[in-house]
Design a protein around this ligand. Structure first.
Ligand code: SAH
Ligand code: SF4
Ligand code: F3S
Length: 444
């Protein structure tokens, strides 16, 4: 048992967890490989957020079942939220599986793999104390380092499976996080993204999320700081003030709204109403002028009427999010809403979704068009996959910018003029003149 193939589904927290697993595996002397065909063990780090996410993984497991028929010694493992969600059912129904490991079982992963070579293993206990705060992840190369600051979720939105798959909320101590940020910066990462299901509810001892932002802002070598996803109810004035005063905290926030109707927000147990959400948006826009906002919306929640849906659509027109992830409600076992009769047909969910997608695409394009001719600062990530004469990176407000390769190395900042837009990308022209001196990096 030497070589492991790890494949990741789901949110950024799963991506970060895979980096954590990679660190654990490598320290135990195991090697990570890029192709399942070269592996002694394959592990799928899975997501359970919507039914579709689980169906994708089940499809992929079918492919691994074929691989296992050719190589019966192959260990097939499922990790992550779906492992926790389906637990023993996975082991019983899918004969192909040797290992099922939930989000709190990664510390012992090398050992579990060894045991799984003998007989099927399930490690699905949720551990209220496990934060992995002391473990160094093996980060994928790039300019952006994901730093998990909090695990689990205590909000129990009535549609959401996460509190059941990831357990109760736990925050990682400030000292561990600052050490991780410093370490990432020393490895050359230039952007830090703090991760948590309700990242701004992070608190440890006497510190809250605003202290974490300020501490990260002081770490030399870090150029940009982002975080995802904050919960509207935890957007305190202290957090808003820190966002306004920390120059490395970027002017973009992903702020999940879910619905624009107070009635539905209550049924979802979101703990804020539209008045409060508006207050948060105003607080953000007044402290950070021009801040970009994105959101998540669910259509077709049980009980959502045409009027509720129209309230969502109207608020989105009013607030003008830069972008939005739009989802059809998917009933998830274990959640409270799972027991409620679905009142919106699949067809109607589809209609509502399409309407919002079209509306949002128009708004997003209009916002991007207002940037035409302006100058943006881009943190260069790499040469474009599609066209090697182009570089790409993100603007301060998290828009993807593609521009002619001016020799700026990944991790450096480039000044770019926006000369065109597509639905999701800004097209730019480098403002660097061949004779100009190296760019001065902000806070670098
Ligand atoms: N913790 C984050 C969201 C995590 S899940 C937050 O509270 O904002 C990402 C998004 O998936 C959610 O914001 C929600 O819009 C969507 N989602 C979660 N459960 C869902 C379900 N059962 N059906 C459809 N969409 C869902
Ligand atoms: Fe799920 Fe709500 Fe927690 Fe987000 S805050 S992870 S939507 S329960
Ligand atoms: Fe999916 Fe788990 Fe993330 S359910 S969205 S991988 S927390």
């Amino acid at each position: 048992m030497k070589r492991v193939f790890l494949e990741t589904y789901g949110c950024q927290m799963n991506v970060a967890d895979s980096e954590l697993m990679a660190g654990v595996l490598e320290r135990a002397g195991l090697e990570l490989v890029a192709r399942p065909e070269d592996a002694d063990a394959v592990i799928l780090n899975t997501c359970a957020i919507r039914e579709h996410a689980e169906l994708r993984v089940l499809g992929r497991l079918g492919e691994f079942a074929r691989l296992k028929r050719e190589n019966p010694a192959l260990i097939v493992g499922v990790a992550g939220c779906m492992a926790q969600h389906l637990r023993k059912k996975l082991l019983e129904s899918k004969r192909v599986l040797d290992l099922v490991v939930g989000p709190d079982g990664y510390r012992d992963l090398p050992n579990l793999l060894l045991r799984a070579a003998g007989a099927p293993v399930a490690e699905i206990r949720l551990d209220r104390d496990e934060t992995y705060g002391d473990l160094e992840p093996k980060r994928d190369a790039g300019v952006r380092a994901w730093v998990t600051v909090q695990r689990g979720c205590d909000k129990f939105c009535t549609y959401c499976v996460v509190p059941f798959t990831r357990g109760r909320e736990r925050s990682i101590p400030l000292v561990d996080l600052v050490r991780q940020v410093e370490h990432a910066a020393s490895q050359g990462f230039r952007e830090i993204v703090f991760l948590g299901q309700t990242v701004n509810s992070w608190r440890h001892d006497s510190h809250d999320f605003s202290d974490l932002l300020r501490a990260a802002n002081d770490v030399p070598g870090v150029r940009r700081i982002r975080f995802t996803s904050p919960h509207p109810s935890d957007m305190t004035d202290r957090v808003l003030d820190a966002m306004g005063s920390c120059e490395k905290v970027m002017p973009h926030v992903h702020l999940p709204l879910q619905s624009g109707s107070d009635r539905i927000l209550t049924a979802m147990n979101r703990t804020y109403d539209m008045a409060r959400f508006r207050e948060v948006v105003e607080g953000l826009r007044s402290r950070v002028p021009g801040i970009a906002l994105s959101t998540d919306i669910i259509v077709g929640f049980p009980g959502e009427t045409e009027e509720d849906f129209e309230a969502t659509s109207a608020y989105m027109r009013e607030t003008r999010f830069d972008s939005a992830f739009l989802f059809k409600y998917s009933a998830r076992p274990d959640t409270r809403a799972f027991k409620w009769p679905e009142t919106v047909s699949e067809e109607e969910k589809g209609r509502r979704l399409t309407l919002l997608i079209e509306q949002q695409m128009g708004i997003g394009a209009e916002i991007n068009d207002t940037l035409l001719g302006s100058e943006v600062e881009v943190l260069v990530e790499n040469i474009s996959h599609r066209d090697s004469s182009q570089l790409y990176g993100k603007s301060r407000d998290f828009k993807t910018v593609v521009f002619g390769n001016d020799g700026t190395p990944p991790g450096d900042l480039a000044r770019v003029r926006v000369v065109g837009t597509t639905a999701v990308t800004l097209l730019g022209e480098s403002l660097k003149t061949p004779a100009s001196s190296p760019l001065v990096s902000i806070g670098g």
